[in-house]
Design a protein around this ligand. Sequence first.
Ligand SMILES: [Zn+2]
Ligand SMILES: [Zn+2]
Ligand SMILES: [Zn+2]
Ligand SMILES: [Zn+2]
Length: 736
Amino acid sequence: MAKSLVVVESPAKAKTINKFLGKNFIVKASLGHIRDLPEKRLGVNIKDGFKPHYVTIKGKEKVIRELRKAAQSADKVYLAADPDREGEAICWHIKQALGKLGKPIYRITFNEITGKAIREALKNPGDINLNLVNAQQARRVLDRLVGYQISPILWRNVRKGLSAGRVQSVALRLVCEREEERERFQSQEYWVITAKLVGESGEPFTARLVAIGDRKAEIEGKGFLMDEKEAKAIAEKLKGLTFQVESVKRQTRRQKPPPPFITSRLQQEANRRFRFPARKTMTIAQQLYEGVELGGEGPVGLITYIRTDSTRVADEAIAAVRKVIRESYGSQYLPSKPNVYKSKKGAQDAHEAIRPTYMDRPPDSIKAHLSLDQYRLYNIIWRRFVASQMKPATLQLTTLDISADGHRLRANGSVILFDGFLRAYRGEGSDEEKETLPPLKEGERLELLEVKPEQFFTQPPPRYTEATLIKELEDKGIGRPSTYATIISTLLDRGYVIKEKGYLAPTEIGIMVSRLLIKSFPEIMNVGFTADMEDKLDRIEDGKVDWVEVLREFYSGFRKYLETAPDKIHEAKKEMEEETDEICERCGRKMVIKWGKYGRFLACSGYPECTNAKPIKEEEIVTDQVCDLCGSPMIIKTGRYGRFLSCSNYPKCKNTKPIGTGVKCPKCGGELVERRSKRGKTFYGCSNYPECDYAVWNKPVNKGCPKCGFPFLLERRSKGKAHLACPNEGCDYVEG
Ligand SMILES: [Zn+2]
Ligand SMILES: [Zn+2]
Ligand SMILES: [Zn+2]
Ligand SMILES: [Zn+2]
């Protein structure tokens, strides 16, 4: 009897499926797409209804031959690529490549690679869904038009090798705009004054000063914009006052469990917890979905399909997780009815949330067979799913107001009355980590044990991490479960954005490309326009609009921008010029900073009469430090963010580091390094910033205080003379 052929896209998936199908089937892998637009040509016939010209992907001829051969001797063919646009398109291309076979070619889909799901799919074979295929084609053609037609304009007018892309260029804009916000930000000094108090219970607690007379704390209700002198005077004054509990407010709050994971949330959470880049999360999730070898039984698909924006859960999975909750946590954690989560508007509810496929395989039972990263990801998917079907947690929040002669202090406490889903999963920003307060009653007198004024500086909005950028994209309706990871990795690969300690920072080239594109292709760089286009692709998928119509409409606007782009780019470059105080040594006119092929440089403002140009001068001071990568001496350079150490072997060695003081951070043990505030003032902050925010204005010197033992002294200048003073509050040691 002839066998049936099942075609999937990956060998790992083929192996997992094979296990369930028995000897009447053969399973083959296409290794992803087999046909695509040509590499070196546009491959889209704009005049003929945007008809794409597909070619066989290089190296895939052999795969196609093998699939054809297998199909010829099979009685039926089942195309079983992943259940989304990309998978549907893979199946469609394979069907085209197989040609007329005179036998049925079916499309089957399943959300999880389990025996039951596959048998179910084989019982209900269908046809290829052309709406999904067309949504994929529209996306592919749009991206191709944008990439292929904008990039050459950038090459001719800026620099060879640059590229633009639909969606990722808007993401670049977001990263650049955040950077501009940060540069505009003016940091302000503020002080937080805390008091350690004790009441009748004898158990001390801390409260923060929140108001001085009518003056409320300006920064987040707890920080006062003031200098050291004022802060210390207030602290001193508090010491002489009597403190009394004015009010105790208690309220009970229910904290609901989070929904099970969708792609974007899984990427965010894995980035936040394990610092996984989105691409890494997807690679590992793909392994868990396609099948992991669990000892003797062969590969097992441990989670459901990983590209989804739906929080829907199959009824059987709900029944299985409720059983786990009852048995592992107890029925007091099980709500009487399953929790139901609404997916966001437009989500593909044919999909399900990302959840474990076998609720009888808890993470620890298979830990030995998983890599550490697989285990970590499976563990949070498991726990999040279990938590999503548990009862809410109940917290008791206490707000304590204390008065002291017109001053008001506040203490907050939080006690978990019932932990509910928190037993299984703790997410970001859970309230439960605040401190507990001793029992106190209104009118109770308190004794002051200690007052502590602490200096802080307001912080600019943080740069995006992969997690927060994905969240921003998601909130703005840009990107889809299948594209978030690619958007970010493309920006990094192109060198438009770099990662610094997990944070995304634009490079000079990235900033330039973003600004030029905003000016020349405002629609491509517009968040609303891009979100609207994603929406249209969704509507093509739902069969509500015609894909060629969407392309035609897009292109009629885009074509006009293509025509005006070269002029707009020149205008934008002109606008980006910055004046300097440097005088051109050839003609006496002022030099300006211009943006060229390799970023910023100095050029004479008399151009084209005077063609004087030179790199922006960087002060270079050779130090006695050596590079820990290549052993060359390190030199001090001045960049956009102040002075830093750079390897003198640059560009062969790109090692850089902040200028250290050799003085340890008293807060965390990091090193205090030289930095520059937004206003250009030099200060000394912890090398572990932003994790540690310790900073001082004066230069720390590695010499302990002989009077109080504080680990370092600060260099102070008065009347042109330097002396060393102890930074320890309450110690008056000064030398020199
Ligand atoms: Zn000149
Ligand atoms: Zn080096
Ligand atoms: Zn520190
Ligand atoms: Zn001292």
